[in-house]
Design a protein around this ligand. Structure first.
Ligand code: FES
Length: 182
């Protein structure tokens, strides 16, 4: 009988895959301090395992969470914490309201304009617990432990393995860079 875990458990990507699927994806993950999303327009970025998310405070004071991936070509929409009245993708300037609705899609044809309502950012569940903000990508996952659930979202699909980043952390906070981006 082993008294310690095999070193492979820390280095084998197959173990990580199992941990992601069975432990981290269905559960709530820490995104950052509530203090970072106090004001309307505040935006705080984080990761649920390898999935980029952004938590925002909308104009009605509601806390919302989204998959931080543009519905156009998949660019990360919000690069760092900040405050802005909208979320604008740096790639082709698709712009989303703070409730995730796609507001404008510059340089796209009328067929995209007709579908704006269906191309909003994909929501994730957000909850607060004391001074902390948590998010969950599993719409049918467990409720937050003692926290208040904000508008719930749908389950999200993770990127194919070949397109994923290399992070192995469960929730990586980007160093806060406060202030207005635009
Ligand atoms: S990838 Fe975001 S606007 Fe094109």
């Amino acid at each position: 009988m082993h008294s310690v875990l095999s070193w492979d458990w820390y280095t084998d990507p197959r173990v990580l895959e199992v941990e992601e699927r069975r432990l981290f994806r269905p559960s709530w993950q820490y995104v950052g301090p509530l203090e970072c999303v106090r004001r309307a327009g505040d935006q705080m970025v984080g990761r649920l395992v390898r999935v980029p998310v952004v938590v925002v405070r909308d104009g009605d004071g509601e806390l919302r969470g989204f998959l931080n991936v543009c519905r156009h070509r998949g660019s990360v929409v919000v690069a760092a914490d900040g405050n802005a009245p909208r979320l604008r993708c740096p790639y082709h300037a698709w712009t989303y309201d703070l409730d995730g609705t796609l507001r404008s899609a510059p340089q796209c044809g009328p067929e995209v304009s007709a579908e704006l309502a269906d191309l909003g950012l994909l929501p994730v569940r957000v909850a607060t617990f004391g001074p902390f903000v948590f998010a969950s990508a599993a719409a049918d996952g467990p409720p937050p432990p003692g926290g208040r659930t904000c508008p719930s979202g749908r389950s999200i699909r993770t990127a194919p393995a070949g397109r994923r980043g290399s992070s192995t952390t469960t929730s990586a906070r980007t160093p806060a860079r406060r202030g207005s981006r635009r």
